[in-house]
Design a protein around this ligand. Structure first.
Ligand code: ZN
Length: 148
């Protein structure tokens, strides 16, 4: 049996909960391994010291704080519940403002087809394949191939 396996069994052994099947191998390892025997002896000693301390009561301030947290009503969605979604909302607002601003600028400069406020929100302003793009070249090539 390896030392790590024995170390994992030490807590159960200290509690007296180690199954009978494992006890033999556990004790055999302790008899052969001074390091594990020393560790187990230290844990037994620490358990004895802790038992001598007796029960410990928590300070009154800690008890009050814990009870306050346990009794606190669930947080309201309106106050702080929306915070996890704030990042997505901020992204949506920025994208919307970008589209709106871009359409206003292109309309002002006479670049776009948009002539109403509603058209400014559509994506008709953007060409799917700008004239100098790779996609436009590909489409032109495909059209020429189909004609032949
Ligand atoms: Zn060992």
């Amino acid at each position: 049996m390896r030392c790590t396996k024995v170390e994992n069994m030490m807590s159960e052994a200290l509690d007296g909960a180690l199954p009978i099947k494992k006890r033999g191998a556990f004790n055999d390892h302790l008899a052969q391994c001074p390091r594990c025997l020393q560790t187990f002896a230290a844990l037994q000693e620490m358990g004895g010291v802790l038992r001598q301390l007796g029960p410990f009561s928590a300070p009154p301030t800690l008890i009050r704080r814990l009870r306050g947290h346990l009794a606190a009503p669930p947080r309201s969605f309106l106050l702080t519940g929306w915070l996890p979604y704030a990042e997505g909302l901020a992204c949506a607002v920025v994208i919307g403002l970008g589209v709106l601003f871009g359409s206003v600028v292109s309309t002002t400069l006479g670049l776009g087809k948009a002539d109403s406020g509603l058209a400014a929100l559509s994506l008709d302003l953007f060409q799917a394949t700008p004239p100098d793009s790779l996609a436009a070249g590909y489409l032109a090539m495909v059209e020429n191939t189909d004609e032949k």
